[in-house]
Design a protein around this ligand. Structure first.
Ligand SMILES: [Fe+2]
Length: 305
C-alpha cells in the first residue's frame, strides 16, 4: 500500500515526480540516486551478475556514443522473428490492437501473453551474448520493460512529438534495441540520433528539460546536420540506442505509401522512473521466468525468485 502511494507521488505527472522527472538532467540525478538507494542490495547483485557474464557480450556499445548499429548480426532466430513481425502487419487490424494514439507511430502491436520461451522474440532476448552486451553498457543486469513491434507511417502536417528531437524521460540511462523487419531508407523516416557526448553539449546549451521536444532550428546551431546520425540499413539491422542520454527522433515518413516496422526491446535499470518501486510484482515479462533458468535471465525478466 505504502509503495503504491510512493509510486504515485513519484510519477512524472504528480507532486514529487513533476519536480524531479520532467526536469534538467542534474535535478533528475538526485531522484535517481535516491531510487538506487532503495534498490541497493538488488543493484549490487545485478552488478555482480553482469560482471560474471561480461565476457560473453557479442558487441560493445561505446559509452561516449550511447548507440551502436550492427548490420551483421546472424543469430539464427532473427529471420523467424522478422517473418513473424511482418505476419502481424499482414494479418492483424493494427488500428484495433495498437495501444497508443500517435498518428505517425503505432505501438503495443505484440501481445506479451502470446509470447513463450520458444518464441524467437524471447530466444533472442534471453541470449547470454545479448544480455551481456546490454548489461555491460548499463552497468548491471537490467529489466526488460518492453518487447514490442513499432510501426511508423506517414502523417500529414508539421513534425510533432517523437518526430522532434528529445530525450526519453524514463531514466538517466537506458537501452532500446530496434531490429529492422524490412529495409529502412531515407523516405521511411529513419531513427536519427546525436551521440551521448554531443547530446550533453546540447542539453547544456538549451537548458533542456526532459519531456520537451526541440525543433531542428534550435538543434542545428549547436549540433549541425552532419553530426546527426541517420540510421538507415537493410532488414535485420540491429540498433542499440540510449534514448535517455542521446537526443533522437524518428517516424518522419515522407511518403504515404511507405512504412517502417521494427522489433523493439526496452531495457531499464530498477531505479528508472518508469519502474514501480516494487517492480518485481509488475514486471511485464516475469511470467516467462522459472526457477531453473540462469540467474541473468531471471534478473532480466524481473523474477522475484
Ligand atoms: Fe523517444
Amino acid at each position: 500500500m505504502l509503495i503504491k502511494i510512493l509510486d504515485k507521488l513519484l510519477h512524472k505527472d504528480h507532486l514529487i515526480g513533476r519536480y524531479y522527472v520532467k526536469a534538467p538532467a542534474e535535478q533528475r540525478k538526485k531522484l535517481l540516486r535516491l531510487r538506487a538507494r532503495f534498490h541497493k542490495r538488488d543493484l549490487l547483485a545485478r552488478r555482480e551478475e553482469a560482471a560474471r557474464i561480461a565476457d560473453s557480450a557479442f558487441t560493445e556499445i561505446p559509452d561516449d556514443l550511447g548507440f551502436k548499429v550492427l548490420s551483421d548480426c546472424s543469430f539464427p532466430e532473427i529471420p523467424d522473428m522478422l517473418d513473424q513481425a511482418l505476419e502481424v502487419v499482414r494479418t492483424r487490424d493494427l488500428e484495433k490492437i495498437r495501444k497508443n494514439k500517435k498518428a505517425q507511430l503505432m505501438t503495443g502491436l505484440l501481445k506479451p501473453h502470446e509470447l513463450s520461451l520458444d518464441s524467437p522474440f524471447i530466444r533472442f532476448l534471453l541470449r547470454k551474448e545479448v544480455v551481456a552486451a546490454v548489461s555491460n553498457y548499463l552497468g548491471c543486469i537490467p529489466v526488460v520493460a518492453k518487447v514490442d513491434l513499432w510501426y511508423s507511417r506517414y502523417s500529414s502536417g508539421e513534425a510533432e512529438n517523437s518526430q522532434l528531437f528529445h530525450c526519453d524521460y524514463e531514466s538517466g540511462r537506458q537501452l532500446k534495441v530496434f531490429i529492422f523487419a524490412k529495409d529502412v531508407e531515407l523516405e521511411d523516416g529513419p531513427f536519427t540520433v546525436i551521440s551521448a557526448k554531443r547530446s550533453d553539449d546540447l542539453r547544456r546549451a538549451l537548458r533542456y528539460r526532459y519531456g520537451d521536444k526541440i525543433p531542428d532550428s534550435l538543434v542545428e546551431p549547436v549540433v549541425p546536420g552532419e553530426e546527426q546520425v541517420v540510421v538507415t540499413g537493410p532488414r535485420a539491422t540491429v540498433l542499440f540506442g540510449d534514448t535517455s542520454r542521446c537526443f533522437h527522433y524518428g517516424s518522419r515518413v515522407r511518403d504515404p505509401k511507405r512504412w517502417r516496422l521494427a522489433v523493439l526491446y526496452q531495457f531499464l535499470r530498477p531505479q528508472s522512473f518508469l519502474m514501480s518501486l516494487d517492480y518485481k510484482r509488475t514486471a511485464p515479462f516475469s511470467f516467462l521466468a522459472h526457477k531453473e533458468m540462469p540467474l541473468y535471465q531471471k534478473m532480466l525478466l524481473g523474477a522475484s525468485f
